[in-house]
Design a protein around this ligand. Structure first.
Ligand SMILES: [Zn+2]
Length: 243
């Protein structure tokens, strides 16, 4: 624990890379894991969403079901620690695979978070990118069963997440890359680092001279490259850090 404390106090530009594991202590299951949402729900691929009305109807039914299970979670000590460390250093960044908005709710300004898989708490027009309140969309769909389209440009409206089969968002990917290069300390929290680009960013940082820390409840393929590996509860690890 002292090693982590020292790494954090010595660094100038901490970059966090967070995955499902940081949010499980908030009660959110790992959606891709064995008990995850996608084990019981067939994902709608992006290509089907854009090409078929039937798929869009299924998509919104699923989204409403998802929201029902997803609405009221709170940030935990892990999210709060990330925002506390970045705010104390007055610089740094958080790249997240999560779509739950809990980093922002835990106090991180929007500009300090890069969401490489999007955000499930609002909707967006896939054409003109206008942000739209998800609750309004859900209420309307429940009444009409008609998949929503954008009032500005007639584009399809979708939650702001990156769906299966949807290309990774370019701007976010560039920012993630750039921030990884700026890091002098790169801390992976709760990601098993198997899905691209999770599997490349720690390397980018490490090869550019950053110290690499991995806090995860199970081993990862990057453990042998890391300067410190903590296989323990994330909230417990951060709680102890600030004692
Ligand atoms: Zn639009």
């Amino acid at each position: 624990m002292n090693v982590l404390k020292n790494f954090i106090s010595d660094c100038k530009y901490p970059v966090f890379f967070t995955g499902a594991g940081i949010s499980t202590d908030s009660g959110i299951p790992d959606f891709r894991g064995p008990k995850g949402f996608w084990k019981n729900n067939t994902p709608i691929y992006y290509q089907d969403f854009v090409s078929s009305e039937e798929s869009r109807i299924k998509y919104w039914e699923q989204s409403i079901n998802f929201k029902r299970n997803f609405g009221s979670f709170l940030p935990n000590e892990g999210h709060k620690a990330v925002s506390k460390i970045i705010s104390e250093k007055k610089q740094g960044h958080c790249i997240t695979q999560n779509v739950d908005n809990l980093h922002q709710e835990g106090g991180l300004p929007d500009n300090d978070v890069t969401e490489i898989h999007g955000n499930a708490t609002f909707a967006i027009c896939i054409k003109c990118k206008t942000k739209i309140d998800l609750e309004l969309i859900h209420d309307e769909f429940k009444k009409t069963q008609i998949p929503p389209v954008c009032s500005n440009c007639n584009g399809f409206i979708k939650t702001a997440t990156i769906s299966f089969g949807q290309p990774m968002p370019q701007e976010e990917m560039q920012r993630a890359q750039l921030e990884s290069l700026k890091a002098d300390l790169f801390i992976v929290v709760g990601s098993s680092l198997v899905v691209y680009p999770a599997a490349s960013l720690p390397l980018v940082a490490k090869e550019n001279g950053a110290k690499l820390v991995i806090i995860n409840n199970e081993k990862t393929d990057f453990d042998n490259l890391a300067d410190l590996v903590i296989n323990d509860s994330i909230t417990k690890t951060f709680e102890e850090l600030f004692i």
